[in-house]
Design a binder for this molecule. Structure first.
Ligand SMILES: [Zn+2]
Length: 385
């Protein structure tokens, strides 16, 4: 199967569609759980499958450093190595280089850094990021982009956006050469891999519009919006999404990278986004913070010590069907591994189920009333975190 996308329904700015990849079809709008090391922390692949996850995100930086993309290519690629048969998207590794690595420098060739694991020296160039992802054999590869710190001046943001465009050209050339088998020494583990371009431009509308136009000119299977959810207020992020999506082709999926809260997902779908990933549901689960239809609760709070109710009365997940808040609080306090698993199952179910409700609402052309009810339910109740 080669990469394909078609819209099945639209409702205002919201879109419902089917994204076909080399490892199967994904219903959009979709949320991608993050499996940094080739596993989503706290849950097994079979549990993810049961939750209805259709696509995972995995991190190139981590897999490149350990166990290495060569080793994974020799195992037949990432799908076979980790035992996940459905679609996988890999990031370019850039974000982690910019946020995790030591002694990082960036020049026109790429990013040069030392591993956060053992201090060894590495370079991540647009070509190298494409090569690593070819060896991993993900269904969707991302181009290397420059990740700018927030806030940045417009001048700095422009220079960075322009470099990202030059890197995108190089990444596309390399991707096409890999597809044609013209790069010796690199194993192409998935001949059906697609490559997404990334729109940058910080919080400056004209930079976003220019970046979108020029990234589309290069020509990718689809387009992502990067450099948001980095500390700017939600309204600014929504505005940047609104300014960017009209410049992206309607017949290609649009991926908002690294976002976000449940409210962010609903608001971004309203602005034409189809794909999301975020560590929030999984990371917060391990910290005891649980998402519900009426707001977030923190299970370590003493008020839940003798609370016999489930996390969310309207949730049908395994955790809510079988565990009380009192039990979940006890597991968290005791440092029990099951605490992470049960909390993660609930939070991922909440995210994936919210996307299911969004898709249904779009199909029945009642997305606006869903959106209104969603926000009303959250604001009517008090949050305790
Ligand atoms: Zn639940």
């Amino acid at each position: 199967m080669s990469f394909d996308f078609h819209l099945t329904h639209t409702d205002g700015g919201a879109r419902r569609g089917l994204m076909t990849t080399a490892h199967g079809v994904v219903e959009t709008p979709a949320f991608m759980p993050v499996g940094t090391q080739g596993a989503v922390k706290g849950v097994t692949h079979s549990e993810l499958d049961a939750l209805g996850a259709e696509i995972l995100l995995s991190n190139t930086y981590h897999l490149y450093l350990r166990p290495g993309d060569d080793l994974i290519a020799r195992r037949g690629g990432l799908h076979r190595f980790i035992g996940w048969t459905k679609p996988i998207l890999t990031d370019s590794g850039g974000y982690q280089v910019f946020s995790l690595s030591n002694r990082r420098t960036v020049d026109e060739t790429g990013a040069h850094f030392r591993s956060h694991l053992d201090g060894s020296a590495h370079s991540l160039t647009p070509e190298k990021a494409a090569d690593i992802q070819a060896q991993l054999g993900s269904d969707i590869a991302m181009v290397l982009d420059e990740c700018l710190a927030h806030p940045a001046t417009e001048e700095v943001a422009r220079r960075s956006m322009e470099r990202t465009l030059r890197w995108a050209c190089r990444a596309r050339d390399r991707f096409l050469a890999l597809r044609d088998g013209l790069v010796p020494g690199v194993t192409v583990s998935n001949r059906g891999q697609a490559q997404f371009g990334i729109v940058q431009g910080s919080v400056f509308p004209r930079l976003r519009e220019e970046s979108a136009r020029q990234t589309v000119e290069i020509g990718f299977e689809a387009y992502a919006i990067g450099g948001l959810s980095v500390g700017e207020p939600p309204d600014v992020m929504y505005d940047m999404v609104s300014r960017t999506t009209p410049g992206l082709p309607a017949d290609r999926p649009r991926y908002l990278m690294g976002t976000g809260t449940p409210e962010d997902l609903v608001e971004s779908v309203a602005r034409g986004i189809d794909l999301f990933d975020c560590v929030l549901p999984t990371r917060n689960a391990r910290n005891g913070q649980l998402f519900t239809s009426t707001g977030r609760i923190n299970i370590k709070n003493a008020r839940y010590a003798e609370d016999d109710r489930p996390i969310d009365l309207s949730c049908g997940c395994y955790t809510c069907r079988t565990c009380s808040r009192a039990y979940l609080r006890h597991l968290f306090q005791a440092g029990e591994i099951n605490s992470s698993t049960l909390n993660t199952l609930h939070n991922l179910h909440f995210y994936l189920d919210t996307l299911r409700q969004i898709r249904d609402a779009i199909a029945f052309r009642r997305f606006e009333s869903f959106r209104l009810a969603f926000h009303q339910s959250l604001s009517r109740h008090s949050h305790d975190s």
